[in-house]
Design a protein around this ligand. Structure first.
Ligand code: GDP
Ligand code: ADP
Ligand code: 5GP
Length: 222
C-alpha cells in the first residue's frame, strides 16, 4: 500500500467500512443479534432488505424490511438497484445497492442479515470489504423451540424453515467465522470481537500509515 498521495493525504482518508454479513438457519438468532449490535454500536448501519414476504406483526416497513409487491420488487431488480437478490423460503429478498455504497463512502460499516445465496453475490461484488459470520443454533430441539416460541410463523412455514436449515448450515462452511448462539451475551460479544478485529485491519485504516510515517520521520530527526 502506498504511504501517501499528493491528491489525498492519508490522514484525511476515512476508515474503510466493514460489510459484516450474518447468516444462519431461520430461528438461530440473527435478528436478535442484529438488533443488539445496532443498539450498542453507532458506527454500523443495517442494510434494510427489500422483500415480497408478508410483514410480521412485530415488524415495521422501512425498519426491518421494505415490504414490496412482487411487481415492485421486479422493477427494482430489473433497474439494477439490488446488490444481490435471492428466493428464500418461497419469497424474494434483495439488498438495495445505494445505501451500501453510501455507507462505505462515509467510512461506516454495514450489517447484513442475508442468506448464503446473497452472501455469495455480495462477496463477488465487493470481495475486499465483506466479512462473513455464520451463526449456529446450539441444537435442533432448541432451534425448533425458538421458532415456535417466536410465534411469528405458521406451522407449515416452520416446517419449511427447518427443512431448509440443513442446506443453510452446509453452506456455512464457506463463511470465515462461526459462532454458536447458545448463551446470547457470549455470542454477541464474539460477534463484536470479530467486528472490532476486522475494523483494526491495517488496510482498513489508511490514516494509520500516515501516522506511522510521521513517527518514523520524528524518530529519524532525533
Ligand atoms: P429469519 O431467518 O427467521 O430471520 O427470517 P427472514 O424472513 O427475516 O429471512 C428469510 C431469509 O432471507 C434469511 O435466510 C435471510 O438471511 C434472508 N434474507 C434477508 N434479507 C435478505 C437479502 O437482502 N438478501 C438475501 N439474499 N437474503 C436475505
Ligand atoms: P432469526 O432472525 O435467525 O430467524 P431470531 O433472532 O428471530 O432468529 O430468534 C429466534 C427466537 O429465538 C426469538 O424468539 C429470540 O428471542 C430467541 N433467541 C435468540 N437468541 C437466543 C438465545 N441465545 N437463547 C434463547 N433464545 C434466543
Ligand atoms: P425472514 O423471512 O425470517 O425475515 O428471513 C428469512 C431469511 O431470509 C433469513 O435467513 C434472512 O437472513 C434472509 N434474508 C433477509 N433479507 C435478505 C436479503 O435481502 N437477501 C438475502 N439473500 N436473504 C435475505
Amino acid at each position: 500500500m502506498a504511504l501517501e498521495t499528493a491528491a489525498e493525504p492519508l490522514a484525511a482518508q476515512p476508515r474503510r467500512g466493514v460489510l459484516l454479513i450474518l447468516s444462519s438457519p431461520s430461528g438461530a438468532g440473527k435478528s436478535t443479534l442484529t438488533r443488539a449490535l445496532l443498539d450498542t454500536d453507532d458506527q454500523i448501519t443495517l442494510s434494510i432488505s427489500a422483500t415480497t414476504r408478508a410483514k410480521r406483526p412485530s415488524e415495521a416497513d422501512g425498519v426491518h424490511y421494505r415490504f414490496l409487491k412482487q411487481r415492485d420488487f421486479d422493477v427494482m431488480r430489473d433497474a439494477g438497484e439490488l446488490l444481490e437478490f435471492a428466493e428464500v423460503h418461497g419469497n424474494c429478498y434483495g439488498t438495495p445497492k445505494e445505501p451500501v455504497e453510501q455507507a462505505l463512502r462515509d467510512g461506516r460499516d454495514v450489517l447484513f442479515d442475508i442468506d448464503w445465496q446473497g452472501t455469495r453475490q455480495v462477496r463477488e461484488a465487493m470481495p475486499e470489504d465483506v466479512v462473513t459470520v455464520f451463526i449456529l443454533p446450539p441444537s435442533v430441539p432448541e432451534l425448533k423451540a425458538r421458532l415456535e416460541r417466536r410465534a411469528e410463523n405458521t406451522p407449515e412455514d416452520i416446517r419449511r424453515r427447518l427443512r431448509n436449515a440443513a442446506i443453510e448450515i452446509e453452506r456455512g462452511s464457506n463463511y470465515e467465522y462461526s459462532v454458536v448462539n447458545d448463551d446470547f451475551e457470549r455470542c454477541l460479544n464474539e460477534v463484536r470481537a470479530i467486528l472490532q478485529a476486522e475494523r483494526l485491519k491495517r488496510w482498513r485504516q489508511p490514516s494509520l500509515d500516515a501516522k506511522a510515517a510521521r513517527l518514523i520521520q520524528e524518530l529519524s530527526a532525533d
